[in-house]
Design a protein around this ligand. Structure first.
Ligand SMILES: [Zn+2]
Length: 186
């Protein structure tokens, strides 16, 4: 195996903004960078905290640094270099997201499609085998970062995945079918 040069490695780096994917706010439906111009910015932040905690951390840090001139400067700087900083760094390692969706197969059957496990450095073959055993059904790697499970097990996966891989918080799991509904619940 050849060593990957540092600059070709995947993953965000400090101080660089990534146009990889525009993320939209579920509250005002604008790209996140426009939220602060929205009258209900507080609500946007609440939404952000709940759905995109890593983005929320960034907003918080930015706000803190903006307010960091003048009095209380030292105090704030201490805070920024403290626990909160470490936590946000860890969470920003990469654009991680696992999607779970149901796809029709034949007239009555459906399969479950799981994508994104690779972003957590999970061996897809091992994962597919695990799902197959867990649900006693067919399960195979069908793409670069895709597993198809023969059966409608999507709802179970929300429990099974974080249980099997504790590093995957339930927040990383995105339900592709109900996502739309959730965005309408303004
Ligand atoms: Zn917003």
């Amino acid at each position: 195996m050849t060593e990957i040069p540092e600059k070709l490695k995947i993953g965000p780096r400090e101080g660089v903004s990534y146009p990889i994917k525009v993320q939209y706010c579920g509250n005002c439906s604008m790209p996140l960078e426009y939220c602060e111009y929205y009258p209900e910015y507080e609500k946007c932040k609440q939404w952000l905290e709940k759905h995109l905690p890593s983005e929320f951390e960034k907003v918080k840090l930015e706000e803190e640094s903006q307010g960091a001139d003048g009095e209380g400067d030292d105090k704030k700087r201490q805070k920024r270099g403290g626990k909160g900083m470490l936590k946000s760094k860890k969470k920003e390692e990469g654009p991680k997201r696992i999607t779970l969706s149901r796809a029709p197969r034949g007239k009555k059957k459906s399969v479950t499609v799981v994508t994104g496990l690779k972003t957590f450095e999970i061996d897809l073959k091992v994962a597919a085998k695990f799902f197959g055993q867990k649900f006693a059904c067919g399960s195979s790697v069908t793409g670069d970062d895709e597993i198809v499970i023969q059966g409608d097990v999507k709802d179970d996966l929300f429990d099974v995945i974080p249980e099997k891989w504790p590093e995957i918080d339930e927040d990383f799991l995105e339900d592709l079918v109900t996502k739309k509904d959730r965005f309408c619940l303004k």
